[in-house]
Write a new protein. Structure first.
Length: 248
């Protein structure tokens, strides 16, 4: 006898590789996710009953035209964002940057961004040529420099500057570098009603780009992403789309 299903699960993704089995692919944990669901689309072809004056259907067939899914990811890790933004991620070191160019002195209240996040516990040094601009002429935030009234002699808004600063260690995400990736999806879940475990394996799926990624929100943010299950011809027995296993 069955029981009601109240699921939660861990989601793990791997870049699909036709040269390896599902189990051999390198999966990473997307961490906390608040939704993952599958839905199906179908088409129906019907043959009318032409012998009856009242109409009716003599025969019909139905075919699945799509197996689609969606996930809501709640942890904005670099690996998650790089995956759903069809991009790449790289580790960034906290090595001091000397002479970063490209910025200019701004008028009062104007902002000059830096190329990296600034470690604000270590004061940057801003120069126009050999002249060091007084710290009283600006404020520092992790993203760059906001200008005050310039008091440093020989310096004026519009002058080119260089900045020496120590960046924060972290990671970068470069978005929309590649086309939609193929991924493998592994769900490891538990039914909260009876405590029994279950797993779902989606062998090959085309990942959509993130549909809504809030960077300002009134509540905890979620990154929604869709996917379409595809046929995986490396699977030689059973379903070539997805399978599920439930403990009893």
């Amino acid at each position: 006898m069955g029981v009601a299903f109240f699921p939660n699960a861990k989601i793990r993704l791997a870049r699909y590789s036709g040269g390896s089995s599902f189990e051999a692919r390198s999966f990473f944990d997307v961490e906390n996710a608040s939704a993952c669901a599958l839905s199906f689309e179908e088409e129906e072809k019907s043959l009318a009953d032409y012998r009856s004056g009242t109409g009716g259907v003599d025969a019909s067939i139905k075919r699945v035209t799509g197996a689609n899914g969606n996930m809501d990811l709640r942890h904005f890790t670099p690996e998650n964002l790089a995956t759903i933004f069809w991009g790449t991620t790289a580790t960034l070191a906290a090595t001091a940057i000397v002479g970063e160019s490209g910025g200019k002195v701004g008028a009062v209240g104007k902002f000059t961004p830096t190329k990296r996040l600034i470690n604000t516990s270590i004061a940057p040094v801003i120069k126009k040529g050999a002249t060091t601009i007084l710290a009283a002429d600006y404020t520092v935030s992790p993203g760059g420099i906001t200008w005050k009234t310039i008091t440093t002699g020989g310096v004026a808004p519009g002058d080119a500057i260089t900045i020496d600063y120590t960046p924060l260690a972290g990671a970068s995400v470069e978005a929309l570098i590649s086309s939609a990736p193929d991924v493998s999806i592994h769900l490891e879940g538990i039914n909260q009603v009876d405590g029994n475990y279950w797993i779902v394996r989606i062998y090959k799926a085309k990942l959509g780009v993130a549909s809504n990624v809030p960077f300002i929100a009134a509540d905890f943010a979620a990154a929604g992403v869709s996917f379409t299950a595809q046929k995986d011809e490396t699977v030689l027995s059973g379903s070539q789309y997805f399978s599920a296993e439930f403990a009893s």
